[in-house]
Design a protein around this ligand. Structure first.
Ligand code: ANZ
Ligand code: ZN
Length: 873
C-alpha cells in the first residue's frame, strides 16, 4: 500500500468500506487447508440467519475477531470461518406467515447478514462460508448417519410426542402453550410414533471422563453443567418379587441410589407406562382413567418434577426382598418411565417426593436413618432437610442398625446379590438423543421404509437425499409426507416399492459437526479432508453464549467422538478452550396501564431530562412528551423492546467504535451494560487517536533512527510507557482475554503520547515509535482505523507483528527516595538510580522540608539504597 493523502479528521464511514474492499481484494484472511507454520483455529458459534443483527452477535463475533487478529499479529496463521445454522422452525413459521419458501427466506437473510458481518470488519475467510441447508453440507451429515446406523449407534423406537389433533402435526415442546397447540389452539395429546435415536448413552462415561481434558480451557461452571447433565449416579437395582404369583409373576426391579434406606420402603411406585401398571389396569379397568390422565400434558422432564403428585393404588403387592413383607404397588405421576427401570422403592421417611406422596395418600412413613446431629428429631408431618442425609446411621433396620451409608450399601449389595435380588448399578441421567423431527425445513433422514425389509439406509452412492426447496409449508403436518415425488422410491435391498423417511433431523445435528467441516468446506470426497482435519482440529478457541453450555456443547463433544471412531478426525475433544460471553443489557422504559399491563419503549423513542451535573432526572416518550418509567438494565430482548440496533450504531459511529465499545465496556465473560455515553466515549477515543497520528505524520513525515542512549528524560519516560503498554496489552490479551483493561491501558498510553512535547529529532523518533505501537496494539479492536493510519506511516497492517518489549526501555533511571527524620516521612527526592551514597545524603539534608526538623547534629544516618534515607537527631 502507498501512503494516502492525510485526512486530519476521523471519518469512519469513509475509511471502513475502503479498508474492507482492500481485505476482500487481497484475500487477506484466506488460509489454506494445510499449513506448516504456527496456526490457530478461532471459532465463534455460528448464527441462525434470522435476518437481523443484534448486539449479542456484535459482541460474540468481535471477541472472536479480536482474538484472531491478535494471534495474526503474533505471526500465526489463523482460521476464522463463518457460516449459517440455516435449518429450523423460524423459517417455516415465516413461510406460513408470509407465503414464501423457507429456502428463499433463509438465503435472503443470509445475504443480508453476511453484508452486516462484513460491515463489522470481521477477519473471516469468507471462502469457507457454509450454510447447513445446502446439499453440499448435509450430504456428509447423511453419510455419517448411515455409518452410525450400520454400526448400531442409531436405532429406531417408539417415542411419545406432543400431537396437535387439529393440525395433524407433532409439536415441539415450545410450541405447546398451556397444553394447547400454538397455532390451532387444540388440546395437545400424546402420541407414540417411531423416531430415530443416537446412542449417546454409550458415550456417557467418556463424555464425563473427558471433561478432565478440558479443565484448564473451559469455564468451571460449564464443566459442572455438563457433569450434572450427564448425571452419573451409583446405586443398586433391587428386585421386589411378586407377592402373589397367581396374579402377576414378573418380579419388579427398582433403581435406587439409597439402598441403605431399604428397610424404610413402605410401598413401591411405577410409572403409568410401566408393564405392571398395564397389567393392573387389565385386572382393574378403573385404573385406566388415571393412566390416561398421565398421558396428557407435557412430556418434558422439568414439568414432571414440578407438577402436583398424583397416584392410584393398583391393589397389587410385591414382597420386600429382606423382610418378605407385602407392600403395595402404586402408580405415580412422579415416576418416569425413561429413568432407571421406571419403578421406585418409595422411602417416604427419607425421599422428599415419596414423603409428599405418602402424606397425601396416607401411606406409612418409617424412619430408618438417624441424623448425625443428635438434636435432630424426626417428625412425619413436616419435611426437614436432614431427612435426606447420607451422613447418618441406620436405625429400625434390624441387623443393619448402626451402619453408615457406605457400610449399609456394601452389606445390602452382598446380601441381595447372593439371592439374585440386587446388584450394583451405575445409572446416567443422560438419555439417548431423539433426532427425528416431523418438519419440512431440516436435513432429510437418509432412510427408506420397505414393507418387507423394514428400515434400509440409503446407499452411499445415492446420497445426498436432497430436500426440495420450492415448498411453502402451511403448518398442517409435514409437506414432505404429502409429496410422492419426494417419498416414492424403491427399496435398495429388494427393489420393491418403498417410502422414503419424511422426518428430518433435529437442527442440533448440523451444529454438532460444522466446526469440522470448516477445515475443508469444499471437500467432495468426505466429511473433512484428512490433512485439513489434522491441521485445524481441534478448535483452539471456541466462543459463544452460555445458553449453549449444555446441549450444543454436549452434542458437539459426542459427535467429535463419533467422528473420531469413524476415523474422520483425531483427538477426543472438539474445543480446547471455551469462552462464554456474557449478556448484553440495556435500560428499559415502560408505562403501565390500570390493569398493570406494561408497554415497553425502545431507548431510541425516549428523551431525557438531566440535572446540571448531567444526571438523568426523568425520561419522556419523544412521541407525546409524557413521562415513562425507567426500569432497570435487562438483557436486550424483543419482549422488553430494549434492543439497540447494531446497524444504526455502525451507521452513526462506524464499526470500529461499536467494536471498541463492546470490548471496553466489560470483560468478555460478564454482562455488558449498554450505554450511549459509553459509545460516544469510545468514539472520542478513536477520534483522538486519529488526530494524534494524522497530525504527527503531517508534522514529521520523516524521523531519524531512534538511539536509546541519546534520549532526554521525558523521551525515556515515554519510551518506557510504550514498552510497559506492550507488555500489559500482550499479557491482557494472551493470558486473560481482558480486552477491557487492554483498551484502558491504550487510553492511558494515548494520554502520555498526547502530553509529550517533541523538542528534538530523537523525541520525534520516540513519538513515532509510540504512535505506531499504539496503532498496532489497537488494530485487533479498531482494524480499519489502524490500517488507514499505519498506511500514513508507510506501514501495512497485514505485515505488522505484535511489538516486542525492549527490556532496556523498561529500566527506570530515576526513582523517588523517601526522606525520614526520626522515622517520620518529611520529604521526597527524585534521583538517578544508583546515585552515590554521599550525594544522596547531601541532597536529602538540603531539602527545606527536611531541614526544619534537623534541629541538631545527626546522630545516625541510615541509607537504604534506591529506597529511603532516615536521619536520626
Ligand atoms: C429410594 C430412595 C430413598 C431414593 C431415598 C432416594 C432417596 P438419581 O440420584 O438422580 O440417580 N428414582 C429411581 N428411578 C426413578 C424414576 N424412574 N422416576 C423417578 N424417580 C426415580 O436418583 C435416583 C433416585 O431417584 C432413586 O433412589 C429413586 O429413589 C428415584 F431416601 O430410591 B431412591
Ligand atoms: Zn425391501
Amino acid at each position: 500500500m502507498t501512503t494516502s493523502t492525510i485526512n486530519p479528521e476521523y471519518q469512519a464511514n469513509t475509511i471502513e468500506p475502503q479498508v474492507q474492499a482492500d481485505w476482500e481484494q487481497r484475500k487477506v484472511f484466506k488460509v489454506a487447508n494445510t499449513v506448516e507454520n504456527k496456526h490457530r483455529y478461532i471459532l465463534s458459534m455460528f448464527p441462525y440467519p434470522s435476518g437481523k443483527l443484534h448486539m449479542g452477535h456484535v459482541r460474540n463475533y468481535t471477541i472472536g475477531d479480536v482474538i484472531s487478529r491478535f494471534y495474526r499479529l503474533k505471526g500465526e496463521t489463523v482460521l476464522q470461518p463463518m457460516g449459517w445454522d440455516a435449518f429450523g422452525l423460524p423459517a417455516e413459521n415465516a413461510a406460513i406467515a408470509h407465503q414464501i419458501a423457507p429456502a428463499k427466506w433463509t438465503f435472503d437473510n443470509i445475504a443480508y447478514m453476511r453484508n452486516e458481518f462484513k460491515r463489522l470488519g470481521l477477519s473471516v475467510d469468507w471462502d469457507r462460508e457454509i450454510a447447513t441447508c445446502t446439499p453440499e453440507y448435509y450430504h456428509w451429515e447423511q453419510w455419517l448417519f448411515v455409518q452410525l446406523y450400520k454400526k448400531g449407534l442409531i436405532y429406531r423406537k417408539l417415542s411419545t410426542v406432543n400431537w396437535d389433533p387439529v393440525d395433524q402435526t407433532v409439536l415441539a415442546n415450545e410450541q405447546v402453550e398451556n397444553g394447547r397447540g400454538w397455532r390451532s389452539g387444540a388440546l395437545v395429546e400424546k402420541r407414540d410414533i417411531p423416531m430415530y435415536y443416537f446412542r449417546i448413552t454409550d458415550y456417557a462415561q467418556e463424555l464425563l471422563d473427558d471433561l478432565d481434558q478440558l479443565k484448564d480451557g473451559w469455564p468451571q461452571k460449564v464443566l459442572t453443567m455438563q457433569k450434572n447433565w450427564i448425571g452419573r449416579s451409583e446405586g443398586m437395582e433391587v428386585v421386589f418379587p411378586a407377592a402373589d404369583t397367581t396374579i402377576y409373576s414378573d418380579p419388579l426391579t427398582v433403581y435406587t441410589t439409597r439402598p441403605d434406606t431399604l428397610m424404610g420402603a413402605t410401598y413401591v411406585a411405577v410409572a403409568a407406562e410401566h408393564p405392571l401398571a398395564k397389567k393392573a389396569a387389565e385386572l382393574r379397568p378403573e385404573l385406566n382413567a388415571f393412566i390416561d390422565e398421565c398421558r396428557q400434558g407435557s412430556v418434558s422432564e422439568a414439568d414432571v418434577a414440578t407438577t402436583e403428585k398424583k397416584g392410584v393404588d393398583t391393589g397389587l403387592f410385591v414382597q420386600h426382598p429382606i423382610t418378605q413383607e407385602h407392600i403395595p404397588v402404586w402408580i405415580a405421576n412422579y415416576v418416569l418411565m425413561s429413568y432407571g427401570s421406571g419403578a421406585v422403592m418409595a422411602v417416604p421417611a427419607h425421599d422428599e417426593r415419596d414423603f409428599e406422596f405418602a402424606n397425601k395418600f396416607g401411606l406409612p412413613i418409617q424412619q430408618v436413618i438417624q441424623s448425625p446431629n443428635a438434636e435432630d428429631a424426626y417428625s412425619s408431618t413436616a419435611w426437614q432437610e436432614w431427612y435426606g442425609t447420607k451422613d447418618g446411621t441406620l436405625i429400625h433396620s434390624g441387623e443393619f442398625d448402626g451402619l453408615t451409608f457406605q457400610a449399609a450399601f456394601d452389606a445390602l449389595n452382598e446380601r441381595l446379590s447372593a439371592k439374585a435380588l440386587g446388584n450394583k448399578k451405575v445409572q446416567f441421567r443422560l438419555r439417548d438423543w431423539g433426532v427425528s423431527r416431523q418438519r419440512y425445513w431440516g436435513c432429510p433422514i437418509p432412510m427408506i421404509n420397505c414393507p418387507s425389509c423394514g428400515q434400509v439406509p440409503v446407499p452411499e452412492e445415492q446420497l445426498p437425499v436432497v430436500l426440495p426447496t420450492d415448498v411453502v409449508p402451511d403448518g398442517s403436518g409435514n409437506p414432505l409426507a404429502k409429496m410422492p415425488e419426494f417419498y416414492a422410491t424403491t427399496c435398495p435391498s429388494c427393489g420393491a416399492d418403498a417410502r422414503r423417511e419424511t422426518d428430518t433431523l433435529d437442527t442440533f445435528v448440523e451444529s454438532s459437526w460444522y466446526y469440522a467441516r470448516y477445515a475443508s468446506p469444499e471437500f467432495t470426497q468426505g466429511l473433512v479432508e484428512p490433512e485439513a482435519a489434522k491441521t485445524w482440529l481441534p478448535v483452539n478457541q471456541y466462543i459463544g453464549g452460555v445458553e449453549h453450555a449444555i446441549l450444543h456443547l454436549l452434542y458437539a463433544r459426542f459427535f467429535h467422538k463419533l467422528m473420531r471412531d469413524e476415523g474422520v478426525v483425531q483427538g477426543d475433544e472438539p474445543f480446547s478452550k471455551l469462552l462464554t460471553q456474557g449478556m448484553v443489557l440495556a435500560d428499559t422504559f415502560y408505562r403501565e396501564d390500570a390493569q398493570g399491563k406494561k408497554t415497553w419503549f425502545n431507548p431510541t423513542e425516549i428523551e431525557f431530562e438531566h440535572d446540571d451535573k448531567g444526571r438523568v432526572l426523568a425520561a419522556h416518550a419523544k412521541a407525546d412528551g409524557l413521562p415513562v418509567v425507567i426500569g432497570g438494565q435487562e438483557k436486550m430482548s424483543k419482549s422488553k423492546n430494549n434492543g439497540v440496533d447494531p446497524h444504526a450504531i455502525i451507521e452513526q459511529y462506524g464499526a470500529d467504535t461499536a467494536r471498541v465499545f463492546t470490548m471496553f465496556a466489560a470483560p468478555p465473560d460478564q454482562s455488558l451494560e449498554w450505554s450511549d455515553s459509553g459509545v460516544e466515549g469510545s468514539n472520542r477515543f478513536l477520534k483522538r487517536v486519529w488526530r494524534l497520528a494524522a497530525g504527527f505524520v503531517e508534522a514529521y513525515p520523516n524521523t531519524v533512527v531512534l538511539d536509546q542512549s541519546q534520549l532526554s528524560s521525558n523521551a525515556q519516560d515515554l519510551r518506557r510507557k510504550t514498552h510497559e503498554t506492550i507488555a500489559k496489552v500482550g499479557d491482557d490479551l494472551e493470558r486473560r482475554y481482558a480486552f477491557n483493561t487492554a483498551i484502558a491501558a491504550q487510553m492511558e498510553f494515548l494520554n502520555s503520547i498526547t502530553k509529550f512535547e517533541i523538542q528534538s529529532e530523537q523525541d520525534a523518533a520516540v513519538a513515532r515509535e509510540a504512535i505506531v505501537t499504539l496503532l498496532t496494539l489497537l488494530s485487533p479492536f479498531a482494524p480499519h482505523l489502524s490500517q488507514t493510519l499505519l498506511a500514513y506511516f508507510n506501514l501495512d497492517l497485514t505485515d505488522m507483528q505484535f511489538p516486542t518489549v525492549d527490556e532496556s526501555a523498561l529500566v527506570k533511571n530515576t526513582l523517588t527516595i523517601v526522606v525520614q527524620v526520626n522515622g517520620k516521612l518529611r520529604g521526597k527526592l527524585d534521583v538517578a538510580i544508583d546515585i552515590a551514597k554521599d550525594e544522596l545524603l547531601t541532597r536529602a539534608k538540603a531539602l527545606p522540608e527536611v531541614q526544619q526538623f534537623l534541629t541538631g547534629p545527626t546522630k545516625k544516618e541510615i541509607v537504604v539504597p534506591n529506597k529511603l534515607v532516615n536521619l536520626v537527631v
